[in-house]
Design a protein around this ligand. Structure first.
Ligand code: CMP
Length: 137
C-alpha cells in the first residue's frame, strides 16, 4: 500500500471538473485518504515547487498555481505513485495518452489539470507539506 499526493490545479477547478477527476482515481482502485480545497499563496507555490526553482518555467508555474484555488488530496492504494501517474498521463497534454486525465481535461503544459508525486520519497515530502498526520485517515 502506498500514498501519493495529488493536486487538482486551478484550470481544472475553474472548469468544474473536480468530481470527474476524483472519479478517475476512485474508479481505478485509489482511495482518498485526505482532501482539501485551498488557495495557495505565492510563498506556498514557490516552496512546493522549489525543486524547479532554476528551471525557465518556474515563474510562470508559480503564477499559474496561485491563479485560483486548488484541491489537494492524499491518494492511497497499491502502487499509488505509479498508478496516479498513469491515470494523469504525460506532463504535456499534447503527448498524453487517450483516456488519461490530462488528455481529457488539460489545455497546456502549465494548465495541465493535475499534479502527482513522481516518487515514493517525494510523495512523503509533498504529503507532509499539506497535511498533518491526523488529517490522513
Ligand atoms: P507538475 O507535475 O505539476 O510539475 C511541475 C510542473 O511544471 C509540471 O507539472 C508542468 O505543469 C509545469 N511545466 C511547465 N513547463 C514544463 C516543462 N518544460 N517541463 C516540465 N514541466 C513543465
Amino acid at each position: 500500500m502506498q500514498q501519493t499526493l495529488s493536486i487538482i490545479k486551478p484550470d481544472a477547478v475553474k472548469k468544474n471538473v473536480i468530481g470527474k477527476i476524483i472519479d478517475r482515481f476512485e474508479s481505478n482502485g485509489l482511495r482518498i485518504a485526505a482532501m482539501k480545497k485551498l488557495q495557495l499563496s505565492h510563498n506556498d507555490a514557490e516552496k512546493f515547487y522549489a525543486v524547479h526553482a532554476e528551471r525557465p518555467f518556474f515563474k510562470d508555474l508559480v503564477e499559474f498555481m496561485i491563479s485560483g484555488p486548488v484541491v489537494v488530496m492524499v491518494l492511497e492504494g497499491e502502487n499509488a505513485v505509479a498508478k496516479n501517474r498513469e491515470l494523469m498521463g504525460a506532463t504535456n497534454p499534447k503527448e498524453a495518452a487517450e483516456g488519461t486525465i490530462r488528455r481529457d481535461f488539460a489545455d497546456s503544459i502549465d494548465a495541465n489539470a493535475v499534479h502527482g508525486s513522481d516518487s515514493l520519497e517525494n510523495a512523503k515530502i509533498e504529503i507532509s507539506f499539506f497535511f498533518a498526520e491526523r488529517e490522513i485517515v
